[in-house]
Ligand binder design. Structure first.
Ligand code: NAD
Length: 356
């Protein structure tokens, strides 16, 4: 358990200062830990929090939609620690040289309400999403899976490839993107990582021989990245890109043939691939597979689908992990973001004493 009261090394006398992990420090932290280790440890940390699912306050994330995309707030608490993430999804951003997804997040002490961490989460979201996908696949993918197709070779793609190498032992990645420049970037980034990389010209070619298919495309509409005839028995589909109302990647017929696993049904029914189905279509909650209350993969012919949308508990686990590592390594700044007068009732006096 992370000690939220552990004094920061930088300013032990001013506990109201809030540790802040900037983008620069997040990158240092990832390299200090090592990305492969971090992917494995985060997969385990998320799994541990899913195993204690019932301790969490859960709510579907709160979206604000525009014509271009969505901004979302993702809160949760386990009664001791509170966390939230601010995240956006704007598929057209990329053409203007911006990220599709950016994020930051905060942890607070439930007993005082004081924030204890503010962190960048654009990089952290890519890492936690990949760790989550791989953790889910650990329960759902065929045991002998060694080849994964990744359709959509943007910002998330390399993280997905490395997480599946680390957690499942995937050794071959088949890549496809509508934009060959994205595939070339992904292939170049993954060179020398101990993976066989096979760029493909079509989605059909990419899924040939793949036991796991990851879809990570970005488009603000109902797309059909995978059609029914492309999906044979026994595969595991890790559908990452359909995560908002009106934004899906799979043909409905695939959903009708698959056993579907989700994070938090009230959120996934609105945002996931299953928004295409009747509201009472059966799905299995992943946390129940983790606790043993439900079965994951049953047999070699079953099509399993992880209908990933991203849930607050994953970010909570990631933020607690980063909090511990940031304090341990000193890789953080200190933010003066909580007004905390010596006499708690004299906020006004504190302000007046600061008069120029
Ligand atoms: P990105 O914009 O960097 O990359 C998306 C890629 O998909 C682009 O290279 C684009 O050319 C490609 N693409 C679009 N339509 C395609 C199609 N029909 N066929 C093949 N390729 C296509 O986006 P990103 O940051 O990598 O995110 C990918 C998706 O994952 C987004 O939709 C994002 O919202 C989603 N996402 C989900 C989670 C989650 O937890 N489930 C977390 C983060 C991001």
């Amino acid at each position: 358990m992370t000690d939220l009261h552990a004094p920061s090394r930088l300013a032990p006398s001013r506990l109201a200062l809030v540790p802040f992990v900037s983008v620069a420090n997040m990158m240092r932290l990832v390299h200090d830990i090592g990305l492969p280790v971090m992917l494995r440890e985060l997969a385990d940390a998320i799994e541990a929090d899913f195993a204690r699912w019932e301790q969490f306050d859960k709510t579907a994330r709160i979206p604000a939609h525009s014509a271009e995309g969505v901004i979302e707030l993702m809160p949760t608490t386990d009664g001791e620690v509170y966390g939230f993430k601010y995240v956006n999804g704007h598929p057209a951003n990329m053409k203007a040289g911006r990220q599709t997804v950016t994020a930051f997040g905060l942890l607070a002490d439930m007993h005082t309400g004081y924030p204890v961490l503010l962190s960048e989460m654009t990089i952290l979201t890519a890492i936690r999403t990949a760790a989550m996908s791989a953790m889910a696949a650990r329960h759902l993918a065929p045991k002998a899976a060694r080849t994964m197709a990744i359709i959509g070779n943007g910002a998330q793609s390399e993280f997905q490839a490395l997480a599946f190498r680390e957690v499942l032992g995937i050794d071959t990645i088949r890549l496809f993107d509508l934009d060959p420049a994205a595939t070339a970037k992904c292939a170049a980034n993954l060179a020398g990582q101990g993976l066989r990389i096979e760029p493909c010209r079509t989605a059909e070619e990419a899924i040939e021989g793949a036991q796991i298919i990851t879809t990570a495309t970005a488009d603000k509409r109902y797309s059909t990245i995978l059609t029914d005839n492309m999906i044979g028995p026994g595969v595991h589909i890790n559908a990452v890109g359909g995560d908002s109302p009106g934004k899906t990647e799979l043909a409905r017929d695939i959903l009708m043939r698959a056993d579907i696993f989700v994070e938090y049904p009230p959120q996934t029914r609105i945002e996931g691939e299953i928004q295409q189905l009747e509201p009472d279509h059966p799905v299995t909650e992943l946390w129940q597979v983790i606790t043993g209350a439900a079965t994951g993969r049953r047999d070699a012919l079953q099509i399993t689908l992880f209908d990933s949308v991203g849930f607050a508990i994953e970010d909570f686990a990631a933020l607690r992990y980063v909090h511990a590592k940031a304090l341990e390594t000193g890789l953080h700044d200190e933010l003066d973001m909580v007004a905390d007068p010596d006499d708690p009732r004299d906020l006004f006096g504190m302000l007046m004493r600061a008069r120029p």
